[in-house]
Design a protein around this ligand. Structure first.
Ligand code: PLP
Length: 382
């Protein structure tokens, strides 16, 4: 039989960063090695009990076991609208400006399929969430790496994007609070970003997955900037805000034509989100109480404990402003972030993510995800 070959498109994909890390973790487990996993942003804290109860009771209803509406349930969209207005003071039309997603990653990765042609540019932050680059590769776009440099507080310098790229760019991904660097974006930057995208007709995919994961000032929505609704779609996730990573649910909000394009892709690929999961997400928004406050408190305590370990290990330069990540410069004596992570894994039984995995401008950094208990973090020795 003729050998079946992988498509050229997929051949060009590097292995997905976290799938590789998972493989290493699996090997360690097989050998019986105990390790502290600070690699993936998957919170160890339970989702709210009311959410789990809602999932269970909704799943028992026969009608809910059928295909769900592609556009998401009207009552979930209504709750998203209410939550958004309360949190950001932005009014959304629940019929045209909100699309529930099977996790924000699903929407982030599908959006270019609706708008980007082969050979057009997609601008991806570096370091940045690896899903953006995958999305660009699926549509055979050219990737322009947008450096997030320490000297600029990890905000991109839009003025440095070459004219040829600006003119041929179709979409830009921007994410604050930022994974992996942990920093927030000031409102002035958001305004500059919207002006830039409007001027060059570039779709702004604003990833706000960590909007509720802050310690001091509250992150903004891009949709708070006037004119943003003309060019932007903002992505939100229940994964981080309500520790619902495995549920797979999020939403996109913003420009109605962009959302219509995304929905067209989705209707051709998935057949809606399981109604019971949508119902549980609605309960998360409607009954959130002080869940998010407690979560922030827990992560702040973890951060304060963990950075003491960095100090002890002689790591003086690190960032931990928001999100549950710490972005640290690798200590002297290590050639690369890969070397340092290898050392942590083999000598200290700690799994961390090498900065270079987030793009070439992540070189020399390491990301620690504080997704294990404070008592464990206290004992970690780097
Ligand atoms: C910046 C960022 N965006 C999006 C996602 C995807 O989240 P989900 O698909 O679980 O909503 C993640 C997950 O780690 C992330 O870090």
């Amino acid at each position: 039989m003729r050998k079946i070959k992988i498509s050229n498109r997929l051949k060009n994909f590097p292995p997905y960063l976290f799938a590789e890390i998972d493989r290493k973790k699996f090997q360690l487990k097989e050998k019986g090695v105990k390790f502290v996993d600070l690699s993936i942003g998957d919170p160890d804290i339970l989702a709210p009990q009311a959410v789990v109860d809602a999932l269970y009771s909704s799943a028992r209803i026969k009608a809910n076991q059928k295909y769900a509406l592609d556009q998401g349930s009207p009552s979930l969209r209504q709750s998203i609208k209410g939550w958004f207005a309360g949190r950001f003071g932005v009014c959304l039309d629940q019929n045209k400006e909100i699309v529930p997603l099977i996790g924000s990653k699903e929407g982030l990765v599908h959006l270019p399929l609706a708008f980007v042609n082969r050979g057009e540019y997609v601008i991806c932050p570096s370091p940045g969430y690896p899903g953006y680059r995958s999305a660009a590769r699926f549509v055979e776009a050219k990737i322009h790496e947008l450096p997030l440099l320490e000297k600029n507080n990890f905000l991109p310098d839009l003025a440095k994007i070459p004219l040829t790229v600006r003119n041929k760019a179709k979409l830009i991904y921007v994410n604050y609070p930022n994974n992996p660097t942990s920093v927030l974006a000031p409102k002035a930057f958001l305004k500059t970003l919207v002006d830039f995208c409007s001027k060059y007709g570039i779709i702004l995919a604003y990833d706000n997955a960590y909007s509720e994961m802050y310690f001091d000032s509250k992150p903004k929505s891009i949709l708070e900037i006037s004119a943003a609704k003309e060019i932007a779609v903002e992505f939100h996730s229940f994964s981080k805000t309500f520790c619902m990573t495995g549920f797979r649910i999020g939403w996109a909000a913003g420009n109605q034509d962009l959302l219509a394009g995304l929905l067209k892709v989705k209707t051709n690929i998935d057949s809606g989100i399981f109604t019971a999961i949508q119902d549980s997400a609605k309960i998360a928004l409607d009954t959130q109480g002080k869940y998010a406050d407690d979560l922030r408190k827990a992560f702040k305590e973890r951060r304060d404990v963990f950075v003491k370990n960095l100090d002890k290990a002689g790591i003086k330069k690190y960032y931990a402003q928001a999100t549950f990540y710490v972005w640290a410069k690798i200590p002297a004596g290590f050639e690369s972030s890969l070397d340092y992570c290898d050392y942590l894994l083999t000598k200290k039984n700690i799994v961390a993510t090498p900065g270079v995995g987030f793009g070439s401008f992540g070189r020399g950094f390491v990301r620690f995800a504080l997704t294990v208990d404070k008592n464990i973090l206290e004992k970690v020795r780097l």
